[in-house]
Design a protein around this ligand. Structure first.
Ligand SMILES: *[C@@H]1O[C@H](CO)[C@@H](O)[C@H](O)[C@H]1NC(C)=O
Ligand SMILES: *[C@@H]1O[C@H](CO)[C@@H](O)[C@H](O)[C@H]1NC(C)=O
Ligand SMILES: *[C@@H]1O[C@H](CO)[C@@H](O)[C@H](O)[C@H]1NC(C)=O
Ligand SMILES: *[C@@H]1O[C@H](CO)[C@@H](O)[C@H](O)[C@H]1NC(C)=O
Ligand SMILES: *[C@@H]1O[C@H](CO)[C@@H](O)[C@H](O)[C@H]1NC(C)=O
Ligand SMILES: *[C@@H]1O[C@H](CO)[C@@H](O)[C@H](O)[C@H]1NC(C)=O
Length: 316
């Protein structure tokens, strides 16, 4: 490290760390001035007690600047904490100089100034830190209308949706040649709950063809223009593998079902006919062995014909 960069390093380091006011110079509270939290995630407000000699912590109080009730308090063996605020160190005790505060589930309302007060057997120290909270847009999801099996030269609407931002964001569109198509898109921003936004942008591609762009990308940006997510989408001209199978099996079952039904009906009927006729033939033969003839003329001949007919059908 050159002396210039090391100087810069120390300057930045010192700039980031603000020593808390202390009534005695033996005890200091070192925290960073500013912390950046993300909605729905943990936030760590790090503060460490620094002393020239070993000290024992008597009390620790974390509260919002201007707030009355402490968020987290340790006083001898008694402590109090508000839900969602705790010592960052899992099993904190009075000998642990790391008095950092952990917000287990950061909310937009947690944005603000916090004060940490520590009393030790060798003096007191206080520090204030500020927490900013941002909410990021999630990676966009894309879809089209029609959903699938799009024919060439038809108009296609592509959607790019994202949620999670705490301010109204932006969605930009690009075709596969890198052309910015944002101007042709329509953005709708809605508040999903009291704090977060959902964005839905639609781009209509007129008379889409294979020869034009078939792959569109969208990027989601926060209100300051910083990109927070990206997705791309291929216009589903051909039926995609899954849906193609679905379509095929659907249509197959659609025409196979009646065919199968009729087929089995025909086969069943033929089989029934054959069995019936064979039985009649057998019966006729058995009858013909008797001297007595049946009433209806020449059953033997008829049954013979039928049997021949039945065999013919069977061989078909
Ligand atoms: C401070 O405490 C550590 C252990 O906690 C001990 O080893 C050390 O001797 C102590 N120093 C003083 C100055 O009391
Ligand atoms: C302090 O509070 C924590 C929960 O935040 C609890 O687990 C612990 O037992 C408490 N300690 C005392 C001494 O009351
Ligand atoms: C203080 O505790 C937190 C949570 O365990 C940890 O992330 C941080 O590194 C600790 N700071 C120091 C200086 O040890
Ligand atoms: C995006 O939003 C539009 C309009 O609300 C909706 O029709 C479309 O299905 C959504 N697409 C996805 C992938 O969520
Ligand atoms: C794309 O177009 C939008 C709206 O016209 C514009 O705000 C944005 O800066 C453009 N982005 C790029 C990367 O050109
Ligand atoms: C669409 O374009 C993006 C880059 O813009 C690329 O990452 C992606 O793989 C492409 N998709 C297809 C299916 O070619």
């Amino acid at each position: 490290m050159t002396s210039a960069t090391s100087f810069l390093f120390f300057a930045i380091h010192l700039g980031c760390i603000r020593a808390g006011k202390s009534s005695e110079t033996f005890v200091k509270l070192e925290c960073e001035e500013e912390y950046h939290g993300v909605y729905g995630q943990q936030s760590l407000l790090e503060c460490n007690v620094k002393a020239v000699q070993n000290v024992t912590i008597l009390t620790v109080t974390w509260k919002r600047v201007g707030g009355d009730a402490p968020l987290l308090e340790y006083h001898k063996h008694v402590n109090a904490s508000t839900l969602g605020f705790k010592f960052a160190e899992p099993s904190w005790n009075k000998d642990n100089m790391n008095v950092s505060l952990l917000l287990t589930n950061t909310k937009m309302a947690d944005k603000g100034e916090y004060e940490c007060m520590v009393r030790t057997d060798s003096g007191d120290a206080t520090a204030t830190v500020s927490l900013s909270v941002t909410a990021m847009y999630k990676s966009p999801t894309m879809s089209s209308s029609p959903e699938n099996c799009i024919k060439q030269n038809t108009d296609v609407t592509i959607f790019c949706n994202s949620t999670g931002g705490h301010q109204k964001g932006l969605i930009w569109w690009f075709d596969e040649f890198g052309t910015n198509c944002t101007g042709s898109a329509e953005l709708v921003a809605k508040k999903t709950d009291d704090t977060l936004f959902s964005l839905s942008s639609k781009l209509t591609v007129l008379k889409a063809t294979y020869s034009g762009s078939t792959n569109y990308s969208c990027t989601v940006h926060n209100t300051n223009g910083v990109q927070e997510g990206k997705a791309s989408f291929e216009i589903p001209f051909v039926c995609s593998a899954g849906s193609k199978d679905d379509f095929a099996s659907d249509s197959t079952t659609q025409w196979l079902a009646p065919v199968g039904f009729i087929g089995s009906l025909v086969i069943g009927l033929l089989a029934a006919l054959l069995i019936f006729k064979r039985r009649s033939v057998q019966r006729a033969r058995r009858q013909s062995t008797f001297p007595l003839m049946s009433h209806n003329g020449h059953p033997n001949d008829r049954h013979h014909d039928d049997e021949a007919e039945g065999n013919a059908i069977l061989t078909v």
